[in-house]
Design a protein around this ligand. Sequence first.
Ligand code: ZN
Length: 129
Amino acid sequence: MNTKITSIDAGVRRRKATLQSKLQDVLEFSGDRETLEIQPTADPLDQVRSSTDRDMAVETLNHQARSIQEIRSAMARIEERSYGYCERCEEPIPAKRLDAVPWARMCVKCQSATEAEACQGGAESHSAA
Ligand SMILES: [Zn+2]
């Protein structure tokens, strides 16, 4: 069942390798955080510090979880052969962008439009010619 991916071009294959090593990095890093966190605390000062640490760790883990999700869904799109196309306008995403952000789901234009919508909750009348 794995032979359906025959016409993946070299660029996509290279990006898939990049995604896999990136995923590995994120997973290894989160492993490190966890071992750092499991430390018995006796000192109350230590407890304060460790709760701040924990907050930061939670933040980092959230960020990592999102990265992992992005990377995994990019890999799924490679399998589905929908990788490299903008989710919004369905145009091919420029290779330069995919080199910089291999898990990009949208072209720069749509990405910034989406971010603007998310931030402002609606498009402002911006001088977009
Ligand atoms: Zn687009």
